[in-house]
Design a protein around this ligand. Structure first.
Ligand SMILES: Cc1cc2nc3c(=O)[nH]c(=O)nc-3n(C[C@H](O)[C@H](O)[C@H](O)COP(=O)(O)OP(=O)(O)OC[C@H]3O[C@@H](n4cnc5c(N)ncnc54)[C@H](O)[C@@H]3O)c2cc1C
Length: 345
């Protein structure tokens, strides 16, 4: 039987290993869980339809990713009896004024036809925004997307690890074993991939999320994901706890010390979106997002028996599960839903 070794188990490696093990193949995973691993640091928003990005290869991937999520999570949680923190409470996308809201509504609702999993798309007045998310400012009108969701990267990885072990795979919390590896080796090393290969060239972006607690409970309901103005977003991370982000900083550095300046900036943003709340216990989590030159994930052989998946960028948690499914089919010589040749060179 074919053997597979996976080096690096953020969402890319863990998802591929899980799908291979579930298909009955022998899989061994090595992961050293570097500080700055993108998957655990991620906000975990699954709402690709609202992006203004026009690249069709990227869109096909994340659209299929969002479509696959509910089924994937159902199977994983049922098999492992672990919660991944997946929830679909919708997404509120805020806009500066009614004119921009209208344009955005047209643009987003035009995607519904090809993506029924988006659910309903509605315009919300400022008052309706406040009714759905009582902490949030009533400064802006919004578009609500019913199918918007959120996943907890850390819980998802824990469940995937359990799933891999359940289906007979092995997982070692360490660097790549020094002995010669047999079978197909899959490198999914995220920002650290330069230690092995230059194809694809992987760059990284430092991203910071400010986590915080609010002084009082206004609601016991789960609140939707909030896509703020510009690149800002807000997520609920637990009872009365939230996170806001992110910063985007292209860098060669692996320094993960939080920046005081960014922390101040994110705190100001948190106060702007939650103007009536007192924000306590805040801290910054830093992650390294891996990118390729064209900001598209790379999936392909770089030499015989060596397959690389990397550059998942800012939507890696959305795409990760379906990448696992598709790469597994590709490696086993089965038909894939996506054309994987769109993602290699
Ligand atoms: C702050 C932040 C917010 C984000 N928000 C979102 C979001 O809302 N929605 C979304 O879809 N995506 C989001 N992303 C993007 C997403 O998190 C990433 O695209 C994705 O996690 C990348 O996964 P990966 O497996 O490629 O890399 P990583 O998760 O970084 O995993 C790489 C792993 O390889 C291991 N490794 C490296 N070298 C070796 C070696 N030699 N031996 C063993 N192990 C090794 C590392 O230790 C690490 O565990 C966000 C990212 C960040 C940082």
């Amino acid at each position: 039987m074919s053997k597979f070794t996976v080096i690096g188990a953020g969402i890319a490696g863990a998802s591929i290993a899980y799908h291979l093990a579930k298909a009955g193949y022998s899989v061994t995973v090595y992961d050293r869980s570097d500080q700055g691993q993108a998957t655990r640091a991620s906000a975990g928003i699954i709402c690709p339809w609202v992006s203004q990005r026009r690249n069709q290869k990227w869109y096909r991937l994340v659209q299929e990713g969002a479509r696959y999520y509910p089924h994937f999570i159902d199977e994983l949680e049922n098999a492992t009896k672990r919660s991944t923190g997946y929830k679909r409470k919708g997404a509120i996308c805020l806009f500066k004024d009614d004119h921009i809201q209208e344009l955005a509504f047209q643009r987003i609702s035009a995607k519904q036809e090809g993506s029924p999993e988006m659910g309903a798309v509605k315009k919300l007045t400022k008052e309706q925004v406040k009714a759905i998310h009582p902490h949030l400012t009533n400064e802006y009108p919004a578009v609500y997307v019913e199918g918007g969701g959120q996943i907890n990267g850390e819980s998802l990885l824990d469940a995937l690890k359990q799933g891999i072990l359940l289906y007979g795979g092995k997982w070692f919390d360490q660097d790549q074993a020094p002995t010669t590896l047999t079978g197909t080796v899959i490198y999914t090393a995220g920002a650290w991939s330069g230690e092995f290969f230059q194809t694809p060239m992987v760059y990284h972006q430092r991203a910071e999320l400010l986590h915080f607690k609010l002084n009082h409970h206004l609601t016991s309901q789960h609140t939707p994901v909030v896509m703020g103005l510009g690149p800002m977003y807000l997520i609920e991370t637990g009872p009365n706890t939230f996170a806001i982000g992110t910063t985007h900083e292209d860098t060669d550095s692996f320094d993960l010390a939080p920046s005081i300046e960014n922390q101040r900036y994110l705190l100001e943003e948190a106060k702007r979106y939650f103007p009536e709340a007192i924000i306590n216990d805040h801290y910054v989590a830093v992650g390294l997002r891996p990118f390729t030159r064209d900001s598209l994930p790379y999936m392909g052989f770089v030499k015989q028996n060596v397959f690389v998946v990397n550059g998942l960028g800012s939507t890696g948690l959305t795409a990760g599960p379906v990448i696992g499914r598709e790469v597994t089919s590709y490696l086993l010589g089965e038909e894939t839903t996506l054309n994987l040749n769109d993602y290699n060179y």
